[in-house]
Design a binder for this molecule. Structure first.
Ligand code: F6P
Length: 362
């Protein structure tokens, strides 16, 4: 008999509820108990925030977005922002308290569903505190190593592609340049996949610092070929050669990452200045994280959840489930968090984009 606690950490991604569903069902079928920890590790800091998850409680959640457990990207128990009586926020290590509650509750496994930040914390718990942990790779950014794909990515790409499809008609009606900023942090996966699929003329990704002159040449070249509008997709982490990534500051206390954003507007302004064409920018932002998971993400998330339970049974801890081709695999958590997975410049997608006339600003 095992007693599992599952948590969802970091930015949400479509498919989280499908993972929870699969973990609950696959555990129930083995006669195990599952608890959900609210908002990342909150339930492991305060047992009132732990919920017993039964098959009845997860009925119908597979197709829903978000996470029934809640999530946070400022809940690292090794560096937790805590308000003192005077109202000042102090950063404290509360990891021992997490272990105390984990052991007191009699948990035998923690299934941590998260991106690189959450999985790094899970790995620290495994290595430094001996917590039996299994990771499940979640992020719309698709930037985790050791798995071909993360769930949430396909939905984000579909949302971005649909937006691009819609922008063609308005851009064309007004002979405008539309610059669309998409998420992805330091990786260009969302920009690349949606840009190719959504008929972009220009795709700017963090892996290829861009030259504005090349972008304007492409727009002018379009004009010569009687195409008077252009669609530009820019990843939030992209930057012009010799410039820094544009960001909106540190964000809330306890976050480990800056809040990115602003590059789309800047690119649109520069294009207007250099080409004289009307340019508009829009930021797709959290729309990419919202809504129901696509069928692909749902299935991937369900498979990840069920595989995580199989790993729990085999006691293969400090490992993460992953996708390799059509197979589910198990990889050491340490391999998954070894730097972010970037778009390889020799990938077929870059080649395809070049061959169908998409410019990367290089
Ligand atoms: O990592 C997922 C992600 O959506 C990034 O693409 C984006 O930069 C970030 O999270 C946004 O975080 P927040 O929801 O805290 O604004």
């Amino acid at each position: 008999m095992k007693k599992i606690v599952i948590s969802t950490g970091g930015g949400d991604a479509p498919g989280l509820n499908a993972v929870i569903y699969a973990v609950v069902r696959a555990s129930f079928h083995r006669g195990w108990e599952v608890y959900g920890s609210k908002c990342g590790y909150l339930g492991l800091l305060d047992p009132d925030e732990l919920i017993r998850l039964t098959p009845q409680m997860v009925e119908g959640i597979t197709s829903t977005g978000g996470t029934i457990l809640g999530s946070t990207n400022k809940g690292n128990p090794f560096a937790m922002p805590i308000k003192n009586l005077a109202g000042d926020v102090q950063i404290r290590d509360v990891s021992d308290r997490v272990m105390k509650i984990f052991n007191r509750m009699g948990f035998t496994c923690h299934i941590a569903v998260g991106g690189d930040g959450s999985l790094e914390i899970a790995h620290r718990f495994a290595v430094e505190k001996g917590m039996p942990v299994i990771g499940v790779p979640k992020t719309i950014d698709n930037d985790l190593q050791a798995t071909q794909l993360t769930f949430g990515f396909d939905t984000a790409v579909s949302t971005a592609t649909e937006a691009l499809d819609k922008l063609h008609s308005t851009a064309k009606s007004h002979d405008r340049v539309m610059v669309v900023e998409v998420m992805g942090r330091d990786s260009g996966w969302i920009a690349l996949n949606s840009g190719i699929s959504g008929g972009a003329d220009i795709i700017l990704i963090p892996e290829i610092p861009f030259n504005l002159d090349r972008i304007c040449e492409k727009i002018n070249d379009n004009e010569l070929h009687d195409k008077h509008y252009a669609i530009v997709v820019v990843a939030e982490g992209a930057k012009a050669i010799g410039h820094e990534v544009i960001h909106q500051g540190e964000g809330e206390v306890g976050r480990s990452e800056k809040v990115l954003g602003g590059i789309g507007r800047w690119v649109a302004q520069q294009i207007s200045k250099q080409t004289g064409k009307d340019s508009r920018s829009l930021v797709l932002g959290h729309l990419q994280r919202g809504g129901s998971p696509t069928t692909f993400d749902r299935l991937l998330a369900l498979r990840f959840g069920a595989t995580a339970v199989r790993l729990a049974q085999a006691e293969e801890f400090d490992h993460m489930v992953g996708l390799d081709g059509i197979d589910m695999i198990s990889v050491p958590l340490a391999d998954a968090i070894k730097g972010r997975k970037k778009v390889p410049l020799d990938s077929d997608k870059i080649l395809t984009a070049n061959e169908i006339g998409i410019c990367f600003g290089d």
